[in-house]
Design a protein around this ligand. Structure first.
Ligand SMILES: *Cc1c(COP(=O)(O)O)cnc(C)c1O
Length: 358
């Protein structure tokens, strides 16, 4: 039976070159052969993050790196501002609550991006806010938030800006240092073209001062310890060695294509998706549509579950439906990472045929 092609926003398709790298001989993580690869990944990732900050790798999913941000930037009783416009904004709020961080919430309708003025107003009204937690690409709604403008709103305050770019890194434009983003969270299994297994964190000097002086204790996620290890090109605990080979390969591929060209490819793919879907008579769900995935409303009278199941079983393509209250209401087609126009066109054709059949 033919393999199923993933058009889901994580995990995503992994190129053969990356799978081959991952299948390499396991090295000992304290030996210099591995440190050489580790050094290469960290050095090259800086170009993808567009930052001179510290870069940490965790053997975890994306949520682990989000947790690392919360525990290292905040102490119990601190106040944080959280932007919620979907499931992943909610995750920041849940993490804050799990670690006794008081939250100011800006709630946006799902499908819309946040208005940066609201962030400015909230920071002015709450000068004690220590950190702002937001999302680059809100995967649950296919919305991209205006991080550059959000960073302008945060600039000049004492607050740190942490951005969940788990799905956005490398498919949405992000100028970490230039815009003034303090923490960027990423993961291997979205636009970074790897299987699940690695969480990444990019940390500014301002955020470094915060974690160095932070009163909260943590263990696995302790950035003070991770930073000391990083100086020796190591991690405090055994890293997912073979996953690091895979990430190294994928980052090399991104740099060979050129980070800005990769952004442009995603812009073009998103353009193709939006046009084709609207030509089918479908309505885009997001008012600020992302480049990494596109969400459309399921037309009245059509059965979302049946559409997705048929596409999976017959066309051998996996699409995503909606999450939470959007279940059955939207279809999400990811075109992030290892995706060319011909792959996307095949997916769009299959969807069109399926809709016509229903
Ligand atoms: C996938 C994703 C995450 C993390 O999910 P994990 O399952 O923990 O990897 C976080 N934020 C966004 C925006 C995501 O798309």
């Amino acid at each position: 039976m033919k393999d199923k092609r993933l058009f889901t926003p994580g995990p995503t398709e992994v190129p053969k070159e990356v799978l081959k790298a991952i299948s390499g001989k396991v090295m000992h993580h304290r030996k210099k052969e591995f440190s050489g690869i580790f050094e290469n990944v960290i050095k090259n990732s800086a170009s993808v993050f567009r930052s001179q900050g510290e870069i940490f790798l965790f053997s975890s999913s994306g949520t682990g790196a989000m947790e690392a941000s919360v525990v290292n930037l905040t102490s119990p009783g601190d106040k944080a501002l959280v932007i919620i416009a979907g499931k992943f904004g909610q995750r920041w709020a849940q993490l804050c609550s799990a670690f006794d961080v008081e939250t100011e919430i800006i709630d946006c309708p799902w499908g819309e991006a946040v208005d940066p003025q609201k962030i400015k107003d909230s920071l002015q009204a709450n000068p004690d806010i220590k950190a702002v937690f937001t999302t680059l690409l809100e995967t649950s709604t296919a919305v991209v938030h205006p991080i550059k403008e959000i960073a302008e709103a945060v600039r000049g305050t004492n607050a740190l800006l942490a951005v969940d770019a788990v799905s956005g890194l490398s498919c949405e434009e992000l100028e970490t240092d230039q815009w003034g983003v303090d923490v960027v969270v990423a993961a291997s299994h979205k636009a970074l073209m790897n299987p699940p297994g690695l969480g990444l964190l990019c940390v500014s000097d301002k955020a470094k001062r915060a974690y160095e002086n932070n009163a909260r204790k943590s263990y696995y996620w302790d950035l003070k310890k991770a930073s000391a290890s990083l100086k020796n090109l190591q991690t405090p605990y055994t890293p997912a060695v073979n996953m690091v080979y895979g990430l190294d390969k994928a980052i090399e591929m991104i740099l060979a294509e050129g980070v800005e060209n990769v952004w442009q490819r995603h812009r073009d793919l998103a353009g193709v998706a939006r046009e084709a879907l609207q030509d089918m008579g479908l309505e885009l769900f997001s008012t600020s549509p992302s480049n990494g995935l596109t969400a459309v409303k399921v037309p009245e009278g059509k059965d979302c579950k049946k559409i997705l199941t048929n596409l999976e079983e017959n066309a051998r393509m996996v699409f995503a439906g909606g999450q939470s209250h959007l279940k059955g209401k939207i279809i999400r087609i990811a075109h992030m990472g290892w995706c060319a126009e011909k792959d996307l066109r095949r997916a769009l054709d299959a969807l069109k045929k399926e809709l016509e059949k229903q």
